[in-house]
Design a binder for this molecule. Sequence first.
Ligand code: NAD
Length: 509
Amino acid sequence: MLLDRDAAEIGAMAEALRPETRAFIDGEYRTGSLGESFTTENPATGEAIAKVVLCTGEDVDAAVTSARTAFEDGRWSGRSPRDRGRVLLRLAELIDEHREELALLECLDTGKPIRDAYTADITKSAAMTRWYAEAADKLYDEVAPTRPDVLAVVRREPLGVVGCVTPWNFPLYQAAYKLGPVLVSGNSLIIKPAEQTPLTTIRLAALALEAGVPPGVLNVVPGDGPITGAALGRHPDVDCLAFTGSTATARRFLAYSAESNAKKVCVEAGGKSPHIVFPDAGDLDEVAEAVVWGIFYHQGQVCSAGSRLFVHRAIAGELLDRVVLLAEALRVGDPLDPGTQVGALISDRQRRRVMDYIERGRAEGARLLTGGHGTRAGTGGHFIAPTVFDQVRNDMTIAREEIFGPVLAVLPFDDIDEVVRLANDTAYGLGAGLWTRDIDLALGVAARLRAGQVWVNNYDGSDWSVPWGGFKQSGTARDKSLHAIDEYTAPKATWIQTRPPAPFTLVTR
Ligand code: NAD
C-alpha cells in the first residue's frame, strides 16, 4: 500500500505520473478553442507540474450544448434511477481502484500530506459517490392529500444543466460533493475546477466515462475564475450553478445569475468558526487535540476550521499550554512523506496573505504564543509554522476575517451569554464546536449558535449522511445527505382530474 512506502519511493511514483491536462467535453478530451493554457504548480516546491487547457467562453458554450443535448435526449435523465445508481456505483469502485494515482495527483496539486489525500480525500470521494449511488432507487415521490376527485402527483424532477465551480482545498472531494446528488437525480453536469488544482477532476471525467456515464453528462472545463468560471456563471442555458469557494466569489455568482437567466445558485462559502471550551470540558488533553486538528488540519485551509478558540478564563492557561505543545510537535514537512502532518499552503500568494494577517495580529495587540513565521525555507514551497495568538479581541482583524491558513486566535471568556454573543458576532455561520459535560448547557448553547453544524465534545465530525452547509454569509445550500438532492431537483406537480368516486351502492340479495 502507498503509505507503507517511504518519501523517496512515493516521490518516484509521483514523478512518473503523466497527468491529463485537457478539457473533457462531450465524452472526449479536447484542447481549448484558443489554444490557451495555465500552469498548475506544486505548492511544496513552487515548481510547475503541467500546463493545463484554459477554457474560454467558446469551450464553455460547447460544454453547455453537450450537457443540454444529453439532458434533452434522455440518455441519462431518461434512465431509471436504479440504472443511474449502477453506473455511479461503478464510478465509486473506479475511484477506489485508482486511489494511489488520484492521491498522488491531489498531493502534488494541493500540497496536502499524502496521508490525508489518500485516507481522506480520495477514500471519502469514493464513499460519497457510493452513498448516492445506493440511494438512487430508494427515494419515493409524493401524492398530495387533495380532494378525492383529484390525483396530484408530486415528482422530484432534475433541474437540467448544472454548472459547478469548486475551490482548491479539497478538489476531488468537492467535485464528489456535487457529482453524486447532481447525477443521481438525472441532471447533466459541467465542473470548473479551481485553477490551482484541476488534475484530479480532469481525471475523474475519464473514470466516469469508463463507468458508463454517457458523453455529455459530465464535462470538465478547466480554467480561471474571471474567464471560465464567469462564462459558466453567466451562461443563459445553465439552469443551476453550484458554487463552493469564498464568500466574495459567491456574491459574484449571485450577480452573474441576476444579470443572465436568474439561474438557481447554490452557495457554500467561507467561515470563521468558533470553538468554545467551557470549564467543565473534561479531559483537556482530548480537547487540546481537537483544537489543534480543528485549526491546523490541511494547514488551516478548511472552510470549517475552528479558527476562533473561546476558552473559559478558569482553564485558559491549562488548555493553552497543551495546545502550544501539540502545535509545536506537528510535523510540517514534504507532503509526499507519509509521516508529514502539515504540508504547504496552496500558493505563494496565499502564504503572503497569511503572513500579512499574522503581522496584523501582532500590530493590533494580540500575543503570539507560537509560530508566526515561514518554515522549510529552501524547498521553494509555501510553508508556515502552526501559529497561535492569545489575548485576541473579537474586533481584531484576525478574529473577523477568514485567514484560511494555520493561524489560531484565542479569546478568553467569562460567562455563557458573553460567549454566545461573541461566537455569533461574525458574518459567517458555518461550523461551531463546544465542550462541556453538562447536557443542558450543551443543548442550550448549540441551539443559540448560528451555524450550519454544531459539534459537541468533538470538532469537525462529518458524514455523507448528514447535511453540510452554512447560515449567514457561509452559504445558502446543503451538501451531503438526501437534502443535497433537493438542491438539484424541483418538485413538479401533475394534477390529474379523476371522476368523482361512485356513491356506495348497497347490494341486497
Ligand atoms: P475562490 O472563491 O477564490 O475560488 C473558488 C472558485 O471560484 C475557483 O474555481 C475559482 O476559479 C472561481 N472563481 C474565482 N473568482 C471568480 C470570478 N470572478 N468569477 C467566477 N469564478 C471565480 O475560493 P478558493 O480560494 O478557491 O477557496 C477557498 C474558499 O472556499 C474559502 O473561503 C473557503 O472557506 C471556501 N470553502 C467553503 C466550503 C464550504 O463547504 N462552505 C468548502 C471548501 C471551501
